[in-house]
Design a protein around this ligand. Structure first.
Ligand code: DGY
Length: 419
């Protein structure tokens, strides 16, 4: 890639962020995802930070302004109604200050707040200090309602952000979606059905939504008796990382962080419990049945992002990156469930690469991290700012003009990125 290409791609990425800006928050892409999504927004802030720091802070402030009284930060905030998306605010009936869904999403925000603060500790101090108690309350909510002996679990596949990953197969198969409402999927009006979750998946997504809504989104009931409680390596590693960043931020701001340190210890123990010796990797665990997913996914490769190294994970990384032109696939291609175009059952997702790559670099896997970064850059340069990509051909899939792929380009993959 020459300097001219880089400058053009940087400009295109910035244009995507500004096109998807709805004034204080960013949509992932028009049409398919017309609202503010939680972790998408955190990555958007990282992208904005490369050219507009004020706008980066605003993205996070808008996200945290949707926080519920109990500390939960919802996975979707429905600022402006859009009939092109299902399920919308009338179906979810969230109970926060902004119309919202009733579940959360991977807590990337504290990590991004720390990054913005570290780059600009003087100008960013007041904004970081205002966000700190909100982030703390959200992390406490995770520890209270989404944590089983240190293992972080999700109560809906959408909460993990990896909707149709094989991690949920056994828990999903156990659900009989009898009584699911009549509904019309809108996602397949926008993109090819072969790249999206199946109808059987959707029936269960909607059925689980109805279950949570009928409890009034009662976190205690959902945590204790809910029909879907799966410990997720993605959520585990992202929360553990975010907790470490929150502790560092709190210390820099002069806050007392002993409580956060205790949570880190608990999450480290939980991460160790997600090691599956039969797979020689971290994987998901259905907490109701104890059944392991037996799936090596790109979430497993977030271990380094959480500060955890295992030689077996390095070996898997080398094997998979040798086998495919584009990494990291969302599922090991040796797994019979692997489908290179279907959402979280094979495709490459740039945000997962950014987190995994940052973690690898921090843990001393310098060459592997650099290979991942340059291959992600080539993927985006050759195939565009797609939602996700086929790991075998690089073909773009899902939505186009995608916020988080543009953000990953600006913050990490581009040769001009400052990290
Ligand atoms: C969707 O609508 O596909 C989302 O992933 C739900 O968050």
């Amino acid at each position: 890639m020459n300097a001219m290409d880089t400058a053009q791609l940087d400009m295109r990425a910035r244009t995507i962020l500004t096109d998807n800006d709805r004034g204080g928050y960013t949509v992932p892409t028009a049409g398919l995802y017309p609202y503010q999504w939680n972790w998408d927004s955190a990555f958007a802030a990282l992208g904005f930070a490369s050219f507009d720091r004020d706008r980066a802070w605003r993205e996070l402030e808008t996200l945290m302004a949707g926080q519920w009284d109990d500390g939960m930060v919802p996975h979707i905030q429905f600022h402006v109604p859009d009939p092109g998306y299902f399920p919308g605010p009338d179906i979810w009936q969230g109970r926060g200050p902004v119309p919202s869904s009733g579940i959360t999403q991977p807590p990337v925000a504290a990590t991004v707040v720390r990054r913005l603060f570290d780059r600009d500790p003087v100008a960013g101090r007041d904004r970081a200090a205002a966000l700190y108690p909100k982030l703390l309350a959200w992390h406490r909510w995770f520890m209270d309602w989404r944590c089983d002996r240190g293992r972080v679990f999700v109560t809906h596949p959408w909460e993990a952000g990896r909707d149709n990953a094989p991690d949920w197969d056994s828990a999903m198969a156990a659900i009989d979606p009898a009584g699911v409402m009549d509904y019309h999927r809108r996602d397949t009006d926008h993109v090819d059905a072969s790249m999206r979750p199946t109808r059987a998946d959707y029936d269960r997504y909607v059925w689980l939504l109805q279950y949570g809504r009928d409890t009034g989104w009662d976190p205690a009931r959902i945590a204790a008796k809910g029909p879907f409680r799966v410990a997720d390596p993605g959520q585990q590693f992202i929360l553990l990382r975010a907790m470490r960043d929150l502790a560092a931020l709190g210390t820099a701001l002069g806050e007392e962080t002993a409580g956060v340190a205790g949570w880190i210890t608990a999450l480290e123990a939980g991460a160790a419990a997600l090691w599956n010796p039969d797979l020689a990797a971290f994987d998901a665990c259905d907490l109701t049945t104890g059944v392991r997913a037996g799936a090596l996914t790109n979430a497993s490769f977030l271990c380094w992002y959480a500060g955890i190294d295992r030689s077996e994970m390095r070996a898997h990384l080398a094997r998979i990156c040798d086998a495919l032109p584009f990494c990291l696939p969302s599922l090991d291609p040796a797994d019979p469930r692997y489908e290179p175009k279907r959402y979280w059952r094979g495709p490459v997702w740039a945000v997962m690469n950014l987190m995994a790559g940052n973690g690898m670099a921090e843990m001393g896997l310098t060459a592997a991290a650099e290979t991942l970064r340059t291959r992600t850059a080539d993927l985006i340069a050759e195939h565009g700012f797609a939602e996700y990509f086929d790991p075998e051909t690089g073909a773009p899939a899902g939505g186009a003009h995608f916020t988080w792929t543009a953000a990953v380009w600006l913050a990490w993959a581009s040769p001009s990125a400052k990290g």
